[in-house]
Design a protein around this ligand. Structure first.
Ligand SMILES: C[S@@+](CC[C@H](N)C(=O)[O-])C[C@H]1O[C@@H](n2cnc3c(N)ncnc32)[C@H](O)[C@@H]1O
Length: 205
């Protein structure tokens, strides 16, 4: 877990700068960025707390400016056991600077097994859990299925995927869950995010 030694002013300035970076990326690629502002610390904590206690190695999909990452590191995951995957090269570059002790990979979540196999500390292509803040709601169903299938290809039988959504139900369709032999349940909800968000836990039957 990472000690946090920032003054409030420094923290505010860093956050304002990250919000600006994120907003610029949203202007460039609204569909893949999928949100105008980064997730709140409260949502990050809810994602971290949804991880079962036995989980050690974690993959984070769509790390953005690291708002979920910070809470994962504060609450639950050792930096050396976290691999972040981000598609956007500019965000990836900033993440590498902000989280020098984590593995930070630039790539597409659909290729997760291959990405992990090329990543120090994850070369067996495995993790215990996948934490995703990808904007699944704005993706076609086929793409969502590829991403979820790739995530579970890297997980053990009892592995879990944690996903948040702004929508009223699970962002992975029932038909997709059935085909992949998965079930989903809502484990948390918070108003303290823009917009309010639910946290889902996906696991095998
Ligand atoms: C809704 S943002 C979440 C960012 C951050 N985790 C947060 O909660 O504020 C989604 C992020 O996923 C990234 N992304 C979108 N599609 C992706 C893909 N196929 N593989 C990896 N990252 C992707 C986007 O670039 C963006 O940074």
């Amino acid at each position: 877990m990472q000690p946090v030694l920032e003054t409030p002013l420094k923290r505010w300035r860093a956050e304002a700068s990250r919000n600006w970076v994120f907003f610029r990326q949203w202007l460039r690629a609204p569909l893949t960025t999928a949100s105008v502002v980064p997730s709140s610390p409260r949502l990050g904590r809810a994602m971290a707390q949804a991880l079962p206690p036995w989980v050690s190695r974690v993959v984070e999909l769509g790390a953005g400016t690291g708002s979920i990452t910070r809470e994962l590191l504060r609450e639950r995951v050792c930096a050396e056991r976290l691999c972040m995957v981000e598609l956007n090269p500019e965000l990836h570059r900033d993440l590498k600077i902000a989280f020098p002790n984590c593995q930070v990979v630039c790539g597409d979540a659909r290729r997760l097994p291959q990405l992990l196999a090329a990543t120090e500390g994850f070369r067996d292509g495995r993790a215990d859990a996948v934490v995703s803040s990808l904007g699944l709601l704005s993706m076609p169903a086929g793409l969502v299925e590829q991403i979820v299938a790739a995530a579970f290809d890297c997980l053990p039988t009892r592995g879990v995927m944690i996903q948040f959504t702004y929508g009223p139900k699970c962002p992975v369709r029932e038909s997709t869950l059935r085909r992949l032999h998965l079930r989903a349940r809502r484990v948390d909800f918070t108003w303290m995010n823009l917009p309010p968000a639910s946290v889902y836990l996906l696991q095998r039957h």
